[in-house]
Design a protein around this ligand. Structure first.
Ligand code: RM4
Ligand code: MN
Ligand code: MN
Length: 426
């Protein structure tokens, strides 16, 4: 299924008057306060977030998985889904592939399909947390950190293969997330596991093309419940530094222990030029992979405040790879992703409204109350008309969820693909 521009424009017409009223009111107020509204709208249009190929089907837990029907059962259908998201929101112009779940069979065909839908291939993700069919060695006791050299070699080779696949598609980074760790005290020697991981990552790094980045993700627990080898940003940063200039830390919002100050982590990594990528989701307890902004929207805003500051003040930090990393257990994945994309744009827009000069002045005067007023003044602004305008300008839908439902997209997909299709992924 492909959404035609005039279908979207048809819906937009109905809501145009109301949008214009809201936009003009807000733009007027913001301009009076010294904001360059059209510059903000352009920034929102430019901000693109990659959709992970594994998030287009139903997620699930170890207890069960409930299908959504009409799930994409091939890479082509997954790209088609990202095309739908991008047509409606104009902010999902990239896809991030997980290998071996999504190995293209015809590279040229998949590249052409993506190009026609205006979708780029973002970071490629390796998978050494599951054993593949016919694999010689098992990752049960770790991959890049394993005590066995032959297991480590297999895991290194897999990462090199993933780079090769990404290279053919035009990707420019490899994301490594390791499940390696231990479930019981004494099971692992921490130092050996860490050193093995460093050495393996260096071998992978040697195979990285010059214009590529290696993004190293961290996570404090799960699936191992006593220790993980790359448990936090400090471990990730040490490993990145041990590899070289093209290696960076990747922050996944759900990979922190409760109450971690993620905005501070993001800020200092940018200062050091070592923040490479970002996985958006939201959580209450851990790696819940819930819809972005559904639980802690203010924390997301504070993170964006640091990201915006870094993008403006830290030329030493490269452009970031942005991706949603969520899992959909009870919502239609496409609707859930639309909500996440909207929440990301909303937090970004609010962060762009922060008067950085006034904030700096208030900080220098130790005017704590004023600092809070500035942040919360931006946060309390309803920026949705700005998001609508950004979508309108680029041919997207004023209201993506309404359009998704009015176009009956899920039912059309079920008709085309059949009911009980299953997407590859976890
Ligand atoms: C992990 C991590 C990775 C993702 C896998 C599927 O928890 O967030 O980024 O590739 O899940
Ligand atoms: Mn992640
Ligand atoms: Mn995760």
């Amino acid at each position: 299924m492909e959404i035609k521009k005039d279908q979207i424009q048809g819906f937009n017409k109905k809501n145009l008057t109301s949008h214009n009223e809201h936009f003009d009111f807000l733009a007027n107020r913001l301009s009076k306060n010294g904001h360059d509204v059209s510059a903000i709208v352009s920034k929102l249009s430019e901000f693109q977030v990659a959709i992970p190929s594994w998030a287009l089907g139903a997620g699930g837990t170890r207890f069960g998985r409930f299908s959504f029907y009409g799930e994409p059962s091939s890479l082509e259908q997954k790209i088609e889904d990202v095309g739908i998201l991008h047509a409606l929101t104009q902010t999902a112009g990239a896809v991030s592939l997980h290998i071996p779940w999504d190995i293209p069979s015809d590279y040229n065909a998949i590249k052409e399909q993506a190009k026609a839908l205006n979708i780029k291939f973002d970071s490629v993700n390796s998978n050494t947390f599951q054993d593949q069919k016919n694999a010689r060695e098992s990752y049960k006791y770790g991959s890049l950190s394993n005590t066995s050299k032959t297991v480590r070699e297999q895991a290194i080779q897999h990462n090199l293969d993933v780079i090769n696949i990404g290279n053919k598609l035009g990707s420019k980074s490899l994301t490594v997330w390791l499940a390696d760790g231990s479930c019981f005290p004494g099971q692992n020697n921490f130092q050996t596991a860490f050193q093995n991981t460093q050495d393996s990552l260096i071998d992978i790094y040697k195979g990285l093309p010059d214009d590529w980045k290696l993004l190293i993700e961290y996570k404090p627990y799960e699936p191992n419940f006593y220790s993980t080898v790359i448990q936090d940003w400090g471990a990730s940063l040490m490993l990145a530094n041990g590899c070289g200039d093209k290696a960076f830390t990747l922050v996944d919002l759900g990979h922190h222990l409760p109450n971690s100050n993620i905005e501070q982590i993001v800020s200092i990594l940018q200062l050091k030029g070592k923040l490479g990528g970002f996985h958006f989701n939201d959580s209450k307890y851990g790696d819940d992979d819930l819809t972005v902004g559904s639980i802690k929207p203010y924390a997301l805003f504070l993170i964006f405040n640091e990201l915006v500051y870094g993008m403006q003040n830290n030329p030493q930090n490269p452009d970031l790879a942005w991706m949603i990393d969520a899992s959909h257990n009870v919502k239609d994945p496409l609707e859930d992703l639309i909500q996440s994309l909207e929440a990301i744009q909303e937090a970004y827009a609010k962060a762009l409204l922060i008067d950085q000069t006034a904030l700096k002045a208030a900080q220098s005067n130790n005017d704590v109350v004023k600092c809070q007023e500035i942040l919360q003044g931006a946060y309390r602004t309803d920026v949705r008309p700005l998001l609508e305008r950004a979508r309108l300008k680029t041919g997207g839908a004023l209201s993506p969820i309404d359009s998704f439902r009015t176009l009956n997209i899920r039912n059309v997909l079920i008709k085309e693909r059949g009911k009980n299709t299953v997407a590859t992924g976890l």
